[in-house]
Structure formats: C-alpha cells, structure tokens
Design a protein around this ligand. Structure first.
Ligand code: SF4
Length: 357
C-alpha cells in the first residue's frame, strides 16, 4: 500500500510496486479478512507480533489488536512477556525461531515458514561450524538474522542496535572476534570499535542494493535532508549518514531530529511507522539502482512480503504452520541470546544509574 508522504527520490529511480502476498484482494475481501483475523486472535488466545518491514496493513492490525510492531529483539521480548498462549509472528523465519527459543512453552505460528532471509540462507550451520573450528582463538559473535543452529554455535548473539556495544566490550577485554553473517554490518562494527574481526561473507539482498554515488546526487537535490542508514548497507552509503542505526533507532531519529526531510536507506516497510510517528515530515527512499543499471531493484524484502492477510488468517485458523526448534539446539541458542539480553539490561541499568536516561 503506497503512502502519500513517501516521495520517489527522482524519476530516474523507478521503484516498481513491491510484490505483496495480498495484491489481488479487493477492498471488501481485505476488510473481511481483517475482521476474521481480529476474531481469531481473540478466540485462539493469540497475539500478533509484526516486524517494521511487513506490510502496513499487518502493522496496523498488530497495533489495533494489542500486539506489537517492532524490531526483531523487541518482538521476541514482547512475545515472551505477553500472556497469550499463541504468538503469531509476521516477519521472517529467524524471528519465529527466536520467539520459540525464548518462549518454548508457547505455540509460535507464522503466515509462511518459507519466508527466510538472505543472511540466514547464506550462513549454513555446517559450513559456519567448520569456519569456527578453524579459528578456535576467536569469540564467535553472530547477528540475530541467523538460524537457531548458528546461534547455538555462537558465544554471543547481537542485534544491530547493540552490536557496537557488545563488540567494544569484548575488544576491551582483549578478545578477537569471529563475526557472521553480514559483512557490511561487521565492517561497520569493526570501524566503530577498532576490534580485530574476521568476517563471514554474507549480505542482505535489500540493503546491499543502496548506492553511494546516487545517494550523493540525491543529497545535492535535497540539501536540507538528513540521511538515515541501516548498517547492513555498503560503506559508501553508511559514510554519508547523519544517523546509522537499527530500525527502532532510525524511527526515533525521524521524531527527534528537527529536519523536515529525511532520506532513508532501509526496507521501505519502515515508512509506515515513520510516517505515523512524524506525520508532517517528508521521507525519501534512498536510491537502489546504479547509474548504469538496466534492471531496477526496490528496497523491499521479498520474504517480508510473503506475510499477508490470507496466510495470517489461515495460520490462525489451523494453528499452523508452527515454528519448531530442536530442544538441544534451542538450549544452545538461548544461552547466547540471553547473554545479549543480560548485557542490554545491565547497560540500561548503568545508563539509568548515570542519570542519562
Ligand atoms: S531485509 Fe534483508 S536482513 Fe531483513 S529479512 Fe530481508 S533479506 Fe533479511
């Protein structure tokens, strides 16, 4: 669903309509499905937990039914603390797995278990374990966008909002890092911390498409605009950012910064929450097509787009597909996830103690 406050960067940058699972539905069918989902959430004792990159319609449903729209870490935290016995996770598979790992007693369902992530797919557990075995002197830190098995092999799991803090802490302790899977985020963390980091060669197919030269052109067209960049983007894009941060941090930047115009380099799904949080501001998609491109990409994750009203309604109806995680794997992954959660809680206590909140 297009948002009138989001403007095209330029006619040079054609953004095709992103595929969404519900694009053939009429307005009446959508409303009927929305009503059915509201009813099923009540009758199945379920709560909807959606990521910022999912369709705006799912985000609105999550908000109006008492669920949550958040980044992957907050989704997992919310699901763990909510009393509902079923978590309906609209996002990609690793998010459902993280919910199941942290709340093994709850039923976790997803609209489509085939919805994955290029970072997860690009870091198979066996190959990753072999890579770790070759470097036993390194502390293994993995991004949340990984399978449960990769998390279980790691010492730490981190999200983009806490990666720099965790690696800086490990670096201060003299530890060398083995990082996976996103090479761009790893490179950003390495430059921020000065840590000795060995990087796995993975990338996000959405953020990798943002282009530095075209972003520089766009900044010249909008000299007052602030540039917000997710650190899964290439260095040539990150270098031009006024704010580099996780999805939650970028949404906060739009509300807290005085600028009226923002160029945003992350999945276009985030514009729904940004517009809601700061309705008067102008949001421009960062360019994704290179100067010599013959085929144009769009900044929208194809796997996030697999979450739709129809598939959510049928998952709630049937109570499946359910996310399952082998209990031994889950125990290992929980250990490295909890290390991050404890670290984040301790950091929050320190900030409060310093009066910096
Ligand atoms: S946007 Fe990128 S990192 Fe996020 S789920 Fe899609 S492929 Fe993975």
């Amino acid at each position: 669903m297009s948002d009138p406050s989001v403007i095209e960067p330029s006619t040079r940058y054609f953004r095709p309509e992103a595929f969404t699972a519900d694009e053939t539905l009429s307005a009446e069918e959508r409303e009927a499905l929305r009503e059915r989902i509201r009813e099923l959430l009540r009758s199945r004792d379920a709560v909807l937990v959606a990521h910022y990159y999912t369709d705006a319609e799912l985000q609105r449903l999550a908000d109006e039914t008492g669920g949550c729209v958040a980044d992957s870490l907050e989704m997992a935290r919310f699901g763990a603390e909510h009393p509902a016995s079923t978590l309906a996770v609209a996002g990609v598979r690793f998010m459902g797995e993280t919910a199941k790992i942290l709340t093994p007693d709850k039923r976790v369902i997803m609209p489509d278990l085939e919805a994955t992530c290029s970072l997860d797919v690009g870091c198979p557990a066996d190959a990753f374990a072999a890579f770790c075995d070759q470097h036993p002197d390194r502390t293994v830190v993995v991004y949340a966008n990984t399978s449960a098995a990769v998390k279980a092999r790691a010492d730490w799991v981190v999200t983009s909002s806490i990666a720099v803090d965790v690696v800086a802490y490990l670096h201060q302790r003299g530890e060398k890092i083995l990082w996976a899977p996103d090479k761009y985020l790893g490179d950003y963390v390495r430059r921020q911390t000065g840590a000795d980091m060995l990087l796995w060669d993975g990338s996000c197919i959405v953020h990798e498409e943002f282009r530095g030269l075209e972003l520089a052109d766009l900044r010249r067209e909008h000299p007052g605009a602030k540039v917000l960049v997710h650190p899964e983007s290439p260095a040539a894009v990150v270098e031009q950012a006024d704010v580099v941060g996780s999805t939650s941090q970028l949404i906060r930047a739009v509300t807290e910064m005085e600028a009226e115009t923002f160029i945003v380099a992350t999945d276009a799904g985030i514009f729904h929450k940004m517009h809601e949080a700061a309705p008067g501001k102008t949001l421009i998609e960062a360019p994704t097509a290179g100067r010599s491109a013959t085929c144009r990409s769009c900044a929208h994750c194809p796997w996030m787009a697999m979450n739709g009203l129809r598939s959510l309604a049928s998952a709630l109806e049937a109570g499946e597909p359910q996310v399952t995680v082998d209990p031994d794997v889950a125990a290992g992954a929980r250990r490295s996830l909890n290390r991050m959660l404890d670290f984040a809680a301790e950091r929050a206590r320190q900030v409060l103690g310093n009066g910096d909140a």
